[in-house]
Design a protein around this ligand. Structure first.
Ligand SMILES: Cc1cc2nc3c(=O)[nH]c(=O)nc-3n(C[C@H](O)[C@H](O)[C@H](O)COP(=O)(O)OP(=O)(O)OC[C@H]3O[C@@H](n4cnc5c(N)ncnc54)[C@H](O)[C@@H]3O)c2cc1C
Length: 458
């Protein structure tokens, strides 16, 4: 007999923490599943076990997570850490794996709060040992207090890159250089969004503070960099690039790349929910109504998984969606739900007003989304951009066919690393829009599960 729960929330980041608390406050029975071993998601990763000194160098935004996590744990929510959700059916059966045991629960409502992951940055040499993402560098710092033993080079674009540079400076790490790929053209176009972004001035001021600190530290900062290439045969040795018409080569055995984050759509794609291509965020976003309900009835979405808006917005959105869920379960009337959600929606607008500015300033450049032929795009199966263009020339029209042509997207990452690049490469080759080209058909299991584990399911 499968247990039925009113609300199953997947993810204990800001969106999941908020949705769970709000749903509990509205009298709903809630279970929260998260594959991490402590609550907090990406931004507040490990915040409850982080020593004071580490919290101090990670900054006040990180520290604020401790209070949110404590309130969540005190709210009466059934929280299951270390729970990897590998299948969610359209009938809202949620299958997960915890400590080697497979479990299944029947949900009346599911809220997907599965967050985001970093947009891969395929450049020549990005698969060499010694090259990581900036997010991975930050995960090591947050979860284990680990920092680079030697100098580190940061390359790419986006607020997380500046934040990590600032956090490394607090930790006394030597940064060889910041190779910034955001362009002057995007800076000029971004300025027109500045007036509309002013209600979010607090967040802007924080970002400017990080940039000033990096400048004060005297870190060499190469702007509008293009043609990035990691040199090395068995591991990274140097980064070469062009900036201001000159070719540069900087020795480094540790290079952290970053070009923004994108919603984690794997769970909602596997569910069969409808998605749309977003030309501003350059990624897929699940279609949702004003309460976050997906095209699959009874399934809702909140936080960065529903489109990148940042942690504060994720928290507010989690609350709004929980109100919508309570309304759909007849625990609140529609007017009461609207009344309760109105101030949260107003506050959400203040955070969202920053997005057009940020998305223009830090738009990933074409050459790092549709790389040159020799660059590997599918790391798992070692398929290059040239291979994808070759398949297109042979008549391959969509990402699912690239699997048949060359196993692209069929490795352990399930296309997370190559999916967006493959869509954009095919769209470019055929002169079509990414929306028309589509994406991989994502199939369970979302997370690896052995047959022996599957046999334990109950
Ligand atoms: C690597 C990285 C680092 C970041 N660092 C910062 C930062 O320092 N500061 C900042 O302002 N923003 C940061 N961001 C952006 C930040 O993630 C968000 O703005 C914010 O955390 C979004 O909250 P969320 O609740 O939507 O998602 P998240 O905080 O990402 O939480 C999603 C949760 O879902 C869980 N999950 C996902 N899939 C499954 C599954 N199948 N089974 C079980 N659990 C699952 C994850 O374990 C995670 O805990 C970072 C993003 C990334 C990708």
């Amino acid at each position: 007999m499968i247990e039925t729960i009113e609300v199953v929330i997947i993810g204990a980041g800001p969106a999941g923490l908020a949705a769970a608390r709000e749903a509990r406050a509205l009298g709903l029975q809630v279970i929260v599943l998260d594959e991490q071993h402590t609550p907090g998601g990406q931004i507040y990763r490990g915040v409850r076990c982080s020593p004071a000194a580490r919290q101090a160098l990670l900054g006040t935004d990180y520290q604020a997570g401790a209070a949110l996590v404590s309130k969540f744990l005190a709210s009466g929510v059934d929280y299951v850490p270390g729970a990897s959700v590998w299948l969610i059916t359209a009938e809202r059966r949620v299958h997960y794996l915890v400590a080697g045991n497979a479990r299944v629960v029947q949900a009346q409502r599911v809220i997907f709060c599965c967050g985001a992951y970093e947009r891969p940055m395929p450049i020549p040499g990005w698969t060499l040992p010694g090259v990581m993402t900036a997010g991975a560098g930050q995960v090591l710092l947050k979860s284990a207090g680990q920092v680079p033993a030697s100098k580190v080079l940061l390359a790419g674009s986006g607020p997380l890159l500046y934040l990590l540079a600032w956090q490394y400076l607090q930790a006394g790490i030597k940064i060889t250089a910041l190779v910034d790929t955001s362009s002057r053209r995007d800076l000029r176009s971004g300025l027109r969004h500045l007036p509309a972004a002013l209600p979010g001035w607090r967040q802007l001021a924080k970002g400017i503070g990080y940039i000033r600190a990096i400048q004060r530290a005297g870190i060499p900062w190469y702007r509008s960099a293009t043609k990035l290439c990691v040199e090395g045969t068995t591991s990274a040795k140097a980064l070469t690039f062009e900036a201001k018409g000159r070719t540069h080569r900087i020795d480094s055995e540790l290079i952290l790349l970053h070009q923004g984050i994108v919603p984690n759509t794997q769970p909602t794609l596997a569910l069969g929910a409808k998605h749309r291509w977003d030309e501003s965020q350059l990624c897929w976003i699940a279609r949702q109504d004003t309460w976050g309900e997906l095209s699959v009835p009874g399934c809702f979405i909140a936080g960065d998984a529903a489109g990148i808006d940042g942690a504060q917005a994720a928290y507010l959105q989690g609350q709004v969606v929980a109100i919508g869920v309570a309304c759909s379960l007849q625990r609140l009337s529609v007017p009461d739900a609207e009344r309760r959600a109105a101030p949260l929606r107003n506050a959400l607008r203040r955070y969202r007003c920053l997005r057009p500015l940020l998305e223009t300033l830090y738009r990933p450049q074409d050459e790092f989304r549709r790389p040159a032929n020799a660059t590997v795009v599918c790391r798992c199966e070692e398929v290059t951009a040239g291979d994808i263009r070759g398949y297109a020339a042979l008549g391959c029209i969509g990402p699912n066919q690239t699997k048949a042509f060359g196993r692209c997207g069929m490795g352990p990452c399930q296309g997370r690393m190559c999916g967006l690049a493959v869509t954009e490469l095919l769209a470019d080759a055929h002169g079509m829009s990414p929306a028309d080209v589509g994406y991989y058909r994502i199939r369970p299991p979302l997370k690896p599960i052995t047959l022996a584990e599957l046999a334990t399911e109950h």
